[in-house]
Design a protein around this ligand. Structure first.
Ligand SMILES: Cc1cc2nc3c(=O)[nH]c(=O)nc-3n(C[C@H](O)[C@H](O)[C@H](O)COP(=O)(O)O)c2cc1C
Length: 181
């Protein structure tokens, strides 16, 4: 574990949470998460994101039914579908990196307030992406101009014993250039 002045950083307190209590999220907490998403960096500052907040229980349950790896959505208090604006994405080869940065900011903003979160991947290079996109288009009556990218599932953690995370592996660090022959 890292020790010293950075060891209590929120970065190491976040972990994926897939079981939630019935406690609703405070509105200022939700505002913080949305603001944090839009504080993310993006190439040329194009800000390709668009967020859909979902707190209707019927919709959350329907999402859980349609996502094999998103069953936790059924007990969530809120899910945020992070989308890309299609016209911006078509012009921006880096839009996926910007959206990833926005998602991580939002997970950390949730962790800051003791809210549990789980990132569920929606958009990918695999053919399963099509089924997931169709489901969201149908369920949310979503316009074609938006690409569903990731779902952030949120709620107060049912298990309060949060684990500390530090997966540092020195072997993954390379310093400077590789030797030339
Ligand atoms: C792009 C991406 C997609 C993911 N999709 C899912 C998912 O569909 N369902 C899920 O339960 N977790 C999903 N996760 C969470 C990972 O399983 C999790 O981050 C990883 O196991 C490390 O655990 P930690 O988040 O607790 O550090 C996803 C994470 C990323 C970055």
């Amino acid at each position: 574990m890292l020790s010293g002045k950075f060891e209590n950083s929120i970065i190491y307190k976040r972990s994926s949470v897939r079981s939630y209590t019935e406690e609703p999220l405070a509105s200022d907490q939700v505002e913080h998460i949305l603001h944090a998403g839009m504080a993310a960096p993006s190439a040329n500052n194009v800000q390709p994101w668009f967020f859909v907040t979902i707190d209707e229980k019927d919709i959350l349950k329907a999402i859980a039914k349609g996502l094999p790896y998103g069953k936790m959505t059924a007990s969530a208090q809120l899910a945020i579908l992070v989308c890309a604006k299609r016209d911006v994405a078509d012009e921006d080869p880096f839009y996926e990196q910007a959206l990833g940065a926005a998602v991580e900011n939002m997970l950390l903003a949730a962790a800051e307030g003791g809210v549990g979160s789980c990132w569920c991947g929606i958009h990918s290079n695999s053919s399963e992406t099509d089924d997931r996109e169709i489901m969201f288009r149908d369920l949310l009556n979503m316009p074609d101009g938006l690409i569903p990218f990731a779902l952030i599932v949120l709620g107060v953690p049912a298990n309060k014993n949060a684990r500390k995370r530090d997966r540092f592996d020195e072997a993954r660090i390379h310093r400077n250039a590789w030797p030339r022959q």
